[in-house]
Write a protein that binds this ligand. Structure first.
Ligand SMILES: Nc1nc2c(ncn2[C@@H]2O[C@H](COP(=O)(O)OP(=O)(O)OP(=O)(O)O)[C@@H](O)[C@H]2O)c(=O)[nH]1
Ligand SMILES: [Mg+2]
Length: 295
């Protein structure tokens, strides 16, 4: 059998986390239509009879504007160098541009075996696919391209087969029942961040960190969870909370439903909103909030 690690790399919002979730068959990473949803390296494990693929989902490539995005890009760079293969995720629906080709070539140059997943084929004209594959080939991108739809579950088996074939012979790296390296406690904070990404405009979610202060299983099997939503500005706090607390109540209740699904139990959720100005530019605070550079 074969077994090894695969870094999942690509532009922000390309569909990396969605693809990892569907390949491993469980939600290990949150997903949203906004770029920079994933902030940290997250492991998702696919175990089959003939082998195991340990995916490392990474923060999408994005022009760095603050210390947090700088840290996120470092995580992605480190991950790409430290694996058996790279799965480069390209958003077919967003079109193929010069910078996509140069990005793919940059990762090919690392000398790590690489495969391209050309995703979101469910929302684009099919006849564009061969033209783009040809353009990649003519642009000097020497890698196999797999058109897929993570949303519709299309063509995923051939992609997983091709990835597995790139991995070394060996025993599984992770126990059979492990799908992620992240705790339920971590996921609970991420689910809240996902709902904030979905509910509020661009600027607000990108300045939000979620801290899990309490994560307790009670004797009767229910959970008591308390979260701090940290934002950067007083007016952001006001928007997050909304008139009479309505917006926050809605977001929290939406997140709570997902937490209950994850934990298989009733959740009592408390959320506080706090302001910490410019936390995304303050190294110490970022680390306090759990963001590291992928080491
Ligand atoms: N139609 C369609 N939408 C998709 C597909 N895969 C992902 N999406 C959507 O694309 C958006 C981004 O998906 P993510 O999986 O969060 O993308 P990502 O590459 O992990 O993004 P970052 O973590 O921000 O770098 C979400 O709205 C997804 O629902 C797909 O196969 N088809
Ligand atoms: Mg992601």
């Amino acid at each position: 059998m074969r077994s090894g690690t695969v870094a999942v790399i690509g532009k922000a919002n390309a569909g990396k986390s969605t693809l990892v979730n569907v390949l491993v068959g469980e939600k290990v990473a949150i997903v949203s239509p906004k770029p920079q949803t994933t902030r940290d390296r997250i492991m998702g494990v696919l175990t089959r009879e003939d082998g195991q693929i340990v995916f490392e989902d990474t923060p999408g490539i994005y022009r760095s504007r603050n210390a947090l995005t700088g840290l996120m890009m470092k995580t992605t760079e480190r991950t790409a160098k430290d694996v058996d293969a790279i799965l480069f995720v390209h958003d077919g629906h967003a079109g193929l541009h010069e910078d996509d080709i140069s990005l793919m070539k940059k990762y090919l140059a690392l000398g790590v075996p690489m495969i391209i997943a050309y995703t979101k084929t469910d929302i684009m004209p099919k006849e564009k696919i061969p033209a783009d594959v040809k353009a990649l080939y003519e642009g000097g991108v020497e890698a196999d391209v797999f058109p897929v739809s993570a949303r519709k579950g299309k063509n995923l088996k051939p992609l997983a087969d091709a990835l597995l074939a790139l991995l070394p012979e060996g025993e599984p790296l992770m126990p059979e029942n492990v799908v992620s390296d992240r705790s339920e406690r971590f996921m609970v904070g991420e689910l809240m961040r996902e709902k904030i990404l979905l509910k509020y405009e661009e600027e607000i979610p990108h300045g939000v960190a979620v801290l899990v202060n309490t994560f307790e299983k009670q004797e009767n099997g229910t959970y008591r969870i308390a979260l701090d939503v940290v934002c950067e500005k007083k007016n952001h706090k006001a928007i997050l909370i909304g008139k009479g607390g309505r917006a926050l109540k809605e977001t929290a209740s939406f997140a709570r439903k997902d937490m209950e699904k994850l934990l298989g139990a009733k959740v009592f959720l408390t959320v506080y909103v706090r302001v910490k100005e410019d936390w995304r530019d303050r190294e110490g605070l970022m680390r306090d909030f759990g963001y590291r550079d992928g080491e």
